[in-house]
Design a binder for this molecule. Structure first.
Ligand code: BGC
Length: 454
């Protein structure tokens, strides 16, 4: 079996990374507006104030996607563009923008996949404690309900949160991301618990206000592992590593897939999490369990790389050191195509939901060549290799419904600012000009062939 004829070939972005127009048309401040304006947080003081200016150039971007044959665009809504204070008064100009974008996509035959929250919390809510506030699930309910009322007549696919892992570990763990806090274990697990409920209330809000039956899930991430050898013991070790704590730190707890997904799908904390951090974990009440375990339609997972492990004598996973000179992307991440084989397989086996690869891609040192084009052979090779592994997994029986390249455009890479270029399309930030990279042509061809020749 190969890619289904309805396979969703997509590309993804996020509001703060591409929209720009940070202070236009009534948008409220969000935590990234504030964080990036403060010295020392983002590479060379870059901010998302202008970004890729998609707010003004969305038609051009939709046209480029159409040219490429992209079937679905995953983008996020800026909460503070829609509700400047996070709750209460609606900014109709913000709603109009998303209506225009959605309509343009549909007109071009591109299915919108909407992420409700990709890290840009309204600053007004941060001032009330942000995700630490036990009322945060209700704030999110109000926002998600509004989005369903306004957009779900045309949007069928929604993600609640993008990577709560990063929200917690980078936003409130090591402070690398907005709001830049470093919390202790009590606050850390409280935020985690709130985020589980935020997600659940988001699902409820969508379903209770939907204008048509919706497909709802999360776009998650986490530490993924692959077997170092081709033997059953190593495969089992990789599976255990994927769904288990690899050390005692709070930071790495956030990357354990089961830390988030077991509560969502099974309504309980994983045993090792309970054992190690039990004294900090809020007890799940029956009422909260019902919220947290709202039925989901799929497992969305952002996948970039994985760590090889082998089994020791007891069968426990042990990390295998990578050889010297191992292939790495421009920002130093290892290139490990097998992640799109093992990641979806392990997730599908454990949670029994169709999988979407909601992000995958790499940053390269791209620039405009003397011929005026942008050649990115590294990205072409990466795309081929990762999609080949994805295809192999599908032929082996893993139910994967879609793949979203990260990213459609070069964009604001959080604390790395504009230094990292992840796009299939090059952006000249001085002018906003877009140039299709070679990889976008390869992706176009793969889509046209439905991955037949990978
Ligand atoms: C995030 C994106 C980010 C990408 C590359 C993911 O963790 O969802 O917003 O740009 O990785 O770092």
């Amino acid at each position: 079996m190969s890619f289904n004829k309805d396979f969703v070939w997509g590309a993804a972005t996020a509001s703060y990374q591409v929209e720009g127009a940070a202070f236009e048309d009534g948008k409220g401040l969000n935590i990234w507006d504030v964080f990036s304006s403060e010295e020392g947080h983002v590479y060379e003081g870059h901010t998302g104030e202008t970004g890729c200016d998609q707010y003004h150039r969305y038609k051009e971007d939709v046209q480029l996607m159409k040219e490429m044959g992209i079937r679905a665009y995953r983008f996020s809504l800026s909460w503070s563009r829609i509700l400047p204070e996070g709750t209460g008064k609606v900014n109709e100009a913000g709603v109009d923008y998303y209506n225009r974008l959605i309509d343009a996509l549909l007109e071009a035959g591109i299915e919108p996949y909407v992420t409700l929250y990709h890290w840009d919390l309204p600053y007004a809510l941060h001032l009330q404690g942000g995700w630490m506030n036990p009322a945060s699930p209700e704030w999110f309910y109000e926002y998600a309900a509004l989005c369903a009322q306004r957009f779900s007549d045309r949007v069928r696919f929604f993600f609640t949160l993008n990577e709560p892992q990063c929200i917690l570990a980078l936003g409130y763990g090591n402070g690398e991301h907005a709001p830049g806090l470093k919390t202790g274990p009590n606050d850390y697990f409280r935020i985690w618990y709130n985020l589980l409920k935020v997600h659940g209330r988001g699902v409820q809000a969508l379903r209770e206000n939907q204008k048509q039956p919706l497909q709802v899930g999360m776009a998650s991430c986490g530490g993924l592992f692959s077997p170092a050898g081709e033997n059953a013991a190593d495969v089992e070790a990789a599976r255990r590593a994927t769904f288990g704590l690899m050390d005692d730190s709070l930071f790495s707890a956030a990357w354990d897939v089961a830390f988030w997904a077991d509560p969502l799908f099974f309504g309980r904390y994983p045993e090792d999490v309970q054992e190690k951090f039990g004294k900090y974990l809020p007890a799940i009440t029956e009422e909260d369990r019902a919220v947290i375990t709202q039925p989901l339609d799929f497992f969305g997972m952002n996948m970039y790389n994985c760590v090889p492990v082998r089994a020791d004598e007891k069968g426990d996973p042990v990390r295998v050191k990578r050889y010297d000179g191992f292939p790495r992307t421009a920002n130093g991440w290892p290139a490990t195509p097998e992640v799109t084989y093992w990641g979806p397989k392990f997730l599908y086996e454990r949670y029994k939901k169709p999988v979407y690869v909601t992000e995958n891609g790499l940053s390269c040192h791209d620039w405009v060549s003397v011929d005026g084009k942008v050649h990115d052979p590294g990205r072409e090779d990466f795309l081929r290799r990762y999609l080949k592994e994805l295809k192999k997994g599908i032929s082996d029986g893993t139910d994967v419904r879609g793949y979203f390249a990260w990213s459609l455009l070069d964009n604001f890479e959080w604390s790395a600012g504009y230094k990292e270029r992840f796009g299939l399309i090059y952006v000249d930030y001085r002018t906003g000009e877009r140039i299709r990279k070679d990889s976008s042509r390869l992706y176009q061809q793969i889509i046209a062939e439905n991955g037949e020749n990978l």
